[in-house]
Design a protein around this ligand. Structure first.
Ligand code: FE2
Length: 362
């Protein structure tokens, strides 16, 4: 790639850098809640967590309590003024407002606060799940692991860490098992609405001491030891890695605080032995004593600390152009272009645009 001079830099794609104000400004956070999280489809839970008639699961979307309920096998989602349990059986829906919902993409329960959604889930996700559809939709899946974490960071920094891969140098496990020519050729593929795929390659698990090849139990219709990522706008991640599948759902709690729900999945038809193998594979990377997930959380908490409210504004470069390969920042640029459109601001100078919007409203 030819070096960019000043003229070329100015001419470049729209979001070559973003302001740290996107991560720590309270009015931007409030706008995100109203204009993004209250509008989009949110993957709130999984059908396997509510198998029986009357089972329910609750969460919060854009500060609203939301309950998904199994009504004789049909999943319905309701707005709920108060609820004191994350899950259970038996929930009175009298007088509650029903929300739009769908079960889609591997049995996830999707809902939106938007009373008149302009898209179906399929239209909203825009093909971002196509790469793993045969693997997650052929056999019924089952959640075998759930935990949540409240992290002092902005939710977008969590999504960023699932979207940029140069931080892989931080992951000892990934350095050992993954850094080969195929890894560096992986592509970031943008889809409409700010979604991104990170394409697959073959992970050499046996290179890591104590790990075994994960080919035998890979998901249906998936070649052995592959690793696909679906980064869904505005902060949901689906991670299919050999014989383990994980989803992350974010609930922003403030500019510098996010609740992340992590789920690990196997196939419902797994034998106890197969399930043990999947749980072990899941835990070795993402479980309580795994390496990878915690390194990510430490990383984003560090970023949150350096950019917390009141710190000096600075620009964060997203200017790596490497033919869309693994360390190219095309996924981040694509995300922040969609983000800016949702809020009607420039990610490079979001407060200036907010100010203009305020004047325009007067
Ligand atoms: Fe990571």
């Amino acid at each position: 790639m030819a070096p960019r001079n000043h003229k070329n830099w100015l001419r470049g794609p729209k979001v070559e850098y973003i302001s740290s104000e996107c991560y720590n400004n309270y009015s931007i956070y409030e706008q995100e809640i109203e204009q993004i999280f209250a509008k989009v489809w949110v993957p709130m839970c999984h059908t396997s967590e509510m198998c029986n008639d009357g089972d329910f699961r609750s969460t919060q979307i854009a500060h609203q309590n939301v309950v998904a309920l199994n009504m004789k096998g049909d999943i319905q989602v309701f707005l709920c003024p108060s609820i004191d349990r994350p899950s259970g059986n038996g929930f009175d829906t009298d007088g509650l407002k029903k929300l739009h919902s769908e079960v889609k993409h591997g049995g996830m329960v999707w809902t939106t606060l938007d009373p008149n959604p302009s898209h179906s889930v399929e239209e909203w996700t825009c093909g971002a799940f196509d790469c793993i559809a045969d693997a997650i939709d052929t056999e019924e899946m089952e959640v075998f692991h759930y935990h949540k974490a409240i992290i002092d960071t902005n939710y977008k920094l969590w999504h960023d860490t699932n979207s940029e891969f140069y931080h892989d140098f931080m992951h000892y496990f990934n350095r050992v098992s993954g850094f080969n020519d195929e890894y560096f050729a992986r592509k970031n593929i943008p889809f409409d609405n700010g979604h991104v795929n990170v394409s697959t390659f073959t992970v050499n698990y046996e290179e890591y001491e104590g790990f075994e090849d994960r080919g035998e139990l890979s998901f249906p219709n998936l070649p052995p030891n592959q690793w696909y990522m679906v980064d869904l706008f505005p902060g949901f991640n689906f991670n299919l890695r050999g014989n383990a599948y994980r989803s992350d759902t974010v609930t922003p709690l403030g500019p510098n605080r996010v609740l992340i729900e992590f789920r690990g999945y196997g196939l419902k038809k797994d034998t106890p032995e197969e399930r043990n193998t999947r749980v072990k594979a899941h835990n070795s990377i993402w479980g309580p004593f795994g390496r990878n997930l915690h390194e990510d959380l430490i990383g984003v908490a560090g970023q949150g600390t350096t950019m917390r409210e009141g710190t000096e504004a600075r620009n964060i470069l997203h200017g790596r152009h490497e033919n869309s390969t693994i360390h190219d920042e095309v996924g981040m640029r694509h995300y922040y272009e969609a983000w800016g459109k949702f809020l009607g601001v420039s990610p490079m100078n979001p407060l200036a645009m907010l100010q203009e919007n305020l004047y325009a409203a007067e």
